[in-house]
Design a protein around this ligand. Sequence first.
Ligand code: AMP
Ligand code: MG
Length: 324
Amino acid sequence: MILLPTVENLSLAADVLRGGGVIAIPTETVYGLAARITDRVALETIFRIKGRPSDNPLIVHVSSIEQARGLVSALAHDSLERVAGLFWPGPLTLVFPAADTVSTIITAGLSTVAVRMPQHPIARSIIDECGSPLAAPSANKSGRPSPTTAQHVEADLGPEVRIIDGGPCRVGLESTVVRVMSDKLIVLRPGIITMQELRDRTGLPVDHAGTAEDLNGSPGTRYRHYAPNAHVVLTYSISEAFNFLAGGDARAMLLARPELHAEFQGQIVGSLTEHDLYAELRRADDLHVERIVVLCDGTVQCHEALMNRLRKASQDGNEQDSGT
Ligand code: AMP
Ligand code: MG
């Protein structure tokens, strides 16, 4: 059920959470399915509703650095203050050694916890009003593109789940996830906050999650997610895109930057931007498109987070067959 973000409905959301329920909430990245971090049953409900594998940990959302301190091992409090102070509130999730009190349902048994302070005023006011940090993965069915509108959430999770409607998400891609070490940062999932920005603002070295050890520390990165029903093909030039649009009988949609749409008159076209990507993948399914031809021109290729999601949505991703 979609609810307008009135004062009454925000109170209702906090009541539902305090009573052990779950609520879908808007954030600036994507919509999240939230539960209080101390509510075992509600946390299990999140995994059940989403069909999420239990080895995929949840991000905890806070409304203050003070709340985050309660989740993170005391040994890492200095690093937390330093990095969070630079980027929060915002689309950056920080992974630290967890305090002993954090539920193993949230950490999926890892020794670390992922924490973020969202910028979205509705998310923050619900956390404040319910008085507890909220664990919240993306509010989609596992394997579906993340939801960037309340209608996407309802389409995936059905009418029983209550959804606070904050309109379309400003960013539209999931947060950057970073493991914070004492002497460096490791990017576990690229996002709108880039490696260069992390380097420039923290002064620390920033690495890709290259090793198997890094990736095992972030199980969600192993799964193939963000996938629509249609087959996604990545192409790297206008002529290659035309070849795939023309080849075979499949009903096809072209995804390209809006500036390039004029080249493809007469085709079904969608906007290839970080803000629109997930909505367009869902629209392709609604239109029963069988093939999505993505034009990854030079500008798109430079966008690390967008390319990461496109590879996962396509057959080029070598991940497993289920997602978050
Ligand atoms: P989602 O909330 O669906 O966007 O997915 C959460 C992402 O955060 C997944 O890729 C998880 O693997 C990652 N994540 C959550 N907790 C941890 C953690 N403790 N260590 C590393 N990655 C994490
Ligand atoms: Mg997800």
